[in-house]
Design a protein around this ligand. Structure first.
Ligand SMILES: Nc1ncnc2c1ncn2[C@@H]1O[C@H](COP(=O)(O)OP(=O)(O)OP(=O)(O)O)[C@@H](O)[C@H]1O
Length: 529
């Protein structure tokens, strides 16, 4: 018997663990086989065929150590029971199945990311959404959310929503960089609404920080639309609230604010943020740029819940901001849609040489007379210049208005509302509305004054070409803007626009702000000239 089996197995590579029982049958005289079989009995799930051979006789329980090692097979040397081998085989089989399923999931997720230009870094990133329906099937979201999406006309999640929503639902810190107008607001509001409980006595559960009051007001409006059907207390931090709000008595689930006002409420009104589960910095690079760092620091400290999820959103996220923020983020996931810090590809971009400041006034009048396609947003570099241009164009019969920081809160709100409603065709603005503001269907953005940086350019022109709609951007430049053309030209070329080769050949300037002193905007000769 032994000789035969030695011949049988000599030289053959057998999976001894897997076929231990079969091998044992060949190897041992009946008695030893009984030992092997009785070991099988000692395991909870003895093998049926082994038991059946015993004709129902109760087997004595054998001490495992009494089994001699099967000659040539050290498989029993460590006296592991047959059943545990078989159990392990069964486990290996299921884990092999599971491994295959996981590999299939990973493959599906990477195909979906590739299709939507989703680039991620970080470990254990949950797979992107295939559809909004997955919020219900995979995350058990309440019906009101999908109902609101459909009422708002949102059929499919945008790329940033596909990836950022699962990441935030899994409570991971995250950097999210996606083009302007690509739905970042919903990407951070949706997980919040799914994860916080309305009306909890503990107080504020989510905070959104925005660089401007207009954007905070707009985000609060969007949040209330998405929350329709669920009694959330969503508060826009107004000047009054920050100065005299009684937050102990006032129910509040979600606060949307500028850093200044929120910091004031924390210091002066003892606003308690220790239960905050989600802290979002929208237009994060602007927040860090505008000298809000101290207020942001105080908000981050006030959101002291150990499991708070911190996340930064913007169309432009420079390395410096990521480095600064990563000091307070834990194991953050990075999500980049398309190319980082790039303009929306939906926008047709053009550079127009206007020679001088006088030439710019002629150029804008000419473009309006040729093809005024409202609504049009016109950016200038300061509030003084906004007032000058407004004064010049007021009598051009083009329903023009102006918005800048010198206006009262009511005047700013009226200017935005009239522009949204179509009462105003041309809105002259400083960069106060260059970020985040979602004016429906802006056909054209005119950079009357050359933008101070590539990031400012991306955000300004990003007021058009939103939610998949096409847009247009015209940027005037003069002799003194020429040295700064290259940075803008790179953004244009990266988003697929034609750029004259002489511009691409210009030297690249180190990133510094370009806000030159410019001649005043007036057709009346300047007396001092
Ligand atoms: N899934 C969706 N399908 C269609 N439209 C959407 C979807 N999600 C958001 N939108 C719409 O797209 C527009 C832009 O959304 P949003 O303002 O959030 O963009 P954003 O990425 O934050 O832009 P910005 O970088 O300028 O702040 C809004 O009008 C919004 O209602």
């Amino acid at each position: 018997m032994e000789k035969a089996s030695a011949l049988l197995f000599s030289g053959v590579r057998v999976d001894r663990k897997r076929f231990a029982l079969e091998i044992a049958r060949f190897q041992q005289p009946k008695k030893e086989l009984e030992d092997v079989e009785c070991m099988a009995d000692s395991a909870p799930e003895a093998l049926p065929d082994v038991k059946a051979n015993k004709k129902g006789k109760k087997r004595k329980r054998k001490d495992k150590d009494s089994c001699d090692a099967v000659e040539g097979f050290s498989v029993f040397k460590n006296s592991e029971s047959v059943s545990s081998i078989l159990e392990r085989n069964a486990l290996e089989a299921t884990s092999a199945e599971m491994k295959k399923d996981v590999e299939k999931e990973i493959e599906k997720a990477s195909v979906l990311r590739k299709k939507h230009g989703i680039h991620i870094s970080g470990h254990g990133v949950p797979p992107p959404l295939e559809s909004f329906a997955e919020l219900s099937s995979r995350y058990n979201c309440k019906p009101y959310i999908l109902r609101n999406f459909s009422e708002l006309g949102f059929r499919e999640p945008t790329p940033i929503q596909r990836q950022a929503i699962p990441v935030l639902l899994s409570k991971r810190d995250c950097f999210a960089c996606a083009p302007t107008g690509s739905g970042k607001t919903l990407a951070f509001l949706c997980p919040m609404l799914m994860k916080i409980k309305p009306g909890l006595k503990n107080g504020v559960q989510a905070v959104v920080l925005c660089p401007t009051r207009e954007l905070a007001a707009q985000t609060a409006r969007e949040c209330k639309k998405l929350a329709t059907g669920r009694k959330f207390y969503i508060k826009l931090m107004t000047k009054e609230l920050s100065r005299c709000g009684d937050f102990e008595k006032m129910p509040c689930d979600i606060i949307i604010s500028t850093p200044l006002r929120l910091d004031l409420a924390i210091c002066k009104r003892k606003l308690d943020l220790s239960w905050v589960k989600y802290l979002v910095l929208d237009e994060a690079d602007k927040l860090f740029e505008l000298g809000f760092v101290e207020q942001i620091d105080s908000v981050v400290k006030a959101c002291s819940k150990t499991t708070v999820v911190r996340t930064l959103f913007s169309a432009t996220l420079p390395e410096t901001v990521e480095k600064l923020a990563s000091t307070v983020m834990v194991d953050a996931v990075r999500i980049i849609i398309g190319r980082k810090n790039s303009a929306s590809e939906m926008i047709k971009q053009k550079l127009v040489f206007a020679g001088s400041e006088k030439g710019k006034l002629l150029a804008i009048r000419q473009s309006f007379s040729e093809s005024l396609n409202p609504p049009v947003l016109v950016f200038v570099q300061s509030k003084e210049r906004a007032k000058e241009l407004y004064k010049e164009l007021t009598f051009d019969d083009i329903k023009v208005d102006v918005i800048h920081a010198d206006l009262s809160q009511q005047q700013r709100e009226d200017a935005v509302d009239n522009f949204r409603s179509g009462k105003t065709w041309v809105l002259i603005a400083t960069d106060v509305v260059s970020r985040g503001m979602d004016f429906k269907g802006i056909n054209c953005v005119i950079n009357y004054d050359f933008p101070e940086s590539a990031a400012a350019y991306i955000h300004r022109i990003g007021r058009s070409g939103r939610a998949g709609r096409p847009g247009e951007a015209v940027t005037f430049f003069t002799e003194e803007d020429k040295p700064f053309l290259r940075n803008i030209a790179n953004v244009m070329a990266a988003s697929g626009c034609e750029v004259p080769s002489w511009i691409l050949a210009l030297p690249k300037l180190r990133k510094r702000k370009h806000r030159p002193q410019r001649d005043s905007i007036s057709t009346i000769p300047d007396d001092s000239a």
